[in-house]
Design a protein around this ligand. Structure first.
Ligand code: NAD
Length: 254
């Protein structure tokens, strides 16, 4: 049976994946700011260190997979905090557990979003994220808005993944990303209720080609595929699990 670690397993998509993996007999180490095996705040450097140390202590023989799923939505009213959790928290934990994944030729499933292509890959904020300058990136986006923070962080995480595919694969570690569309989770419920984002999110939901929004297990199904042996030749892929919305928005691009 496999041993996985994930961040953000307390609620939503991460909790659904945790349940599915545990159901099939796998061990899942959950890092989260609440209700977790390792309680850590991924918006801070100390929290990221505690997260990696906690995983290391619980999986000394290595990991078969890692899922940096913790994230905040655009509605939280603090764009810099979104960047800290959704980009810097992700990259720090991925880098921190890399050797554990190499021990067992494990895989990583990043959690992007169908929002990621909505911001240019050469946007100044995306470039700042990719440069690794956390304070500069957060200051930049604090003068912008939550949607830029969210889409930009997801864009940058996905680019980081693709840039590093070869190096990680050299150590036996496959990396892929799932890009969910609107999925009914506590994050989405809060977004739907916000005055800044609620109306746009409802409109987006109505546009979905297959209709409506996903339930968390539908996204977890795609993530289990990317993580597991059935995807052994899938590497560097971004799997849109969004009911066709990305195809609708970008019909001539792939
Ligand atoms: P959620 O709010 O249910 O889950 C997010 C998890 O992250 C929670 O368990 C939360 O406690 C944890 N978290 C938040 N801040 C943290 C911090 N500072 N330190 C540690 N843990 C922290 O939301 P969700 O929708 O299940 O989101 C999961 C992932 O899926 C996120 O990365 C999100 O951006 C992504 N996503 C969600 C949707 C959607 O429509 N729900 C769409 C695309 C991508």
């Amino acid at each position: 049976m496999a041993t996985y670690a994930m961040t953000g397993g307390a609620t939503g998509i991460g909790a659904a994946l945790k349940e599915q993996l545990r159901q099939q007999g796998d061990t899942v180490i959950v890092v989260d700011i609440k209700d977790a095996d390792v309680v850590a705040d991924l918006s801070t450097a100390e929290g990221r260190t505690a997260a990696v140390d906690g995983i290391r202590a619980k999986a000394p023989d290595g990991l078969d997979g890692f899922v940096p799923c913790a994230g905040l939505g655009p509605h939280v009213g603090n764009p810099g905090l979104v960047a800290r959790v959704n980009y810097f928290g992700v990259i720090a934990t991925v880098e921190g557990v890399r050797d554990l994944l190499e021990k067992r030729r494990g895989s990583i499933c990043f959690v992007s979003s169908n929002s990621a292509p909505m911001i240019a890959s050469d946007d100044p904020f995306v470039r700042l994220l990719l440069s690794g300058d956390e304070d500069a990136a957060c200051a930049d986006v604090d003068a912008k808005d939550g949607q830029t923070a969210y889409a930009g962080s997801k864009r940058a995480v996905t680019i980081w993944m693709r840039r590093n595919v070869k190096e990680y694969a050299g150590g036996g570690v496959r990396m892929n990303a799932v890009a969910p569309g609107i999925t009914r989770t506590p994050m989405t419920d809060a977004g739907m209720e916000s005055k800044d984002y609620g109306e746009a999110m409802r409109m987006f939901e109505q546009m979905t080609p297959v209709g409506g929004s996903a339930e968390p297990p539908q996204i977890a199904n795609a993530m289990r595929f990317l993580l597991g042996p059935d995807a052994s030749f899938v590497c560097g892929a971004v799997l849109f699990a969004d009911g066709g919305t990305d195809a609708l928005m970008r019909p001539n691009d792939f």
